[in-house]
Design a protein around this ligand. Sequence first.
Ligand code: FPP
Length: 264
Amino acid sequence: MRIDSIKFAEHFADAPDGESLAALDLTRIPSHVSCIMDGNGRWAIARGLSRAEGHKAGIVALREIITTCVRLGVDVLSAYAFSTENWTRPQHEVNLLMHLFAKTFIDELPLLRREDVRVVFLGDISALPRKTREVFEFGLRECENHRGMILALAVNYGGRAEITRAARLIAQQVAAGQLALSDVDERTLSDRLYTVDLPDPELVIRTSGEFRVSNYLLWQIAYAEFYVTDTCWPDFDRWGLLEAILSYQGRERRFGGVGAGARS
Ligand code: FPP
C-alpha cells in the first residue's frame, strides 16, 4: 500500500525519548499485521476500574493501531475481538462486548471513510445477537467500496471451527460431484476459509505477555513471525507497533528452508 509521507511524518512526529524511526525499513513493512488484543481486563483491574472500562480503553487502542497501520502502508490489519470460546464469559460481559462492538463500528465509520478502510469479518457473524449483526451488516455495506487497508475483525471466530467449516464445504462439493477429490489441495481449503483473498499474516502480535495462539488463524499463521509484548492491549500504541515491526524486520524468515547465512 502506498505511504503518504506527509501524514506519515505527522503521525510519528512526537517520538518519545529512545524511539527512532531511522531503523525502520519502509520497503519491508509486513503486508498483513495481526493482533491478539489481550489484557483489557487486567489493565482495568490494575487501575481499580471495571473490565468494561478495560474494553473501552481497548477500543481506543485499536483506533490508534488502525491509523498507524494505514500510515505505515500495511495492506491488511486483522484483530481478534471475540472467540468462539468467549461466549463462556459472564453473560453481562458478553452483552457489553456485543454492545461495544456495534457502537464502535458505527462510531468509527467516519474514520473508516476518511482512511478508506474496508472492513471484513472473520467468523460466524450470523450467530451474533440480532442488533449487533444488523449493525455489522450495515457497516459492511457502508465501507464495501473503500479501497485502502482491509481491517479484518475476528468476531465469533475459532481457528478449528473455521477449518472444520471449510472441510465440510469441500466434502459437500465432492459428494455433489462438483469437485473431484483428486483436485483437493491446500488452495482448495484456504479458498474456503474466512480469510479467502487475504494474504497470510506475516506478523502476529500478542499483548499482555501470553505465549499462546488461542485458536487464532491456525491455518494462516503457518509461517507468521510472532511478537509478544508484556504491554496490555489498552496501552499498546503506535510506538509499541513500531517496536514489533522493527523486531520483525530484524528476523530472517526461512519458510522451512535454510537461512541465507547457511547457504553456500
Ligand atoms: C481481550 O481482553 C480483549 C477482548 C476480549 C475484546 C477486544 C475487543 C476490542 C478491543 C474492540 C473490537 C472492536 C470491534 C468493532 C469488533 P481480555 O478481556 O481477555 O483481558 P484479560 O485477559 O486481561 O482478562
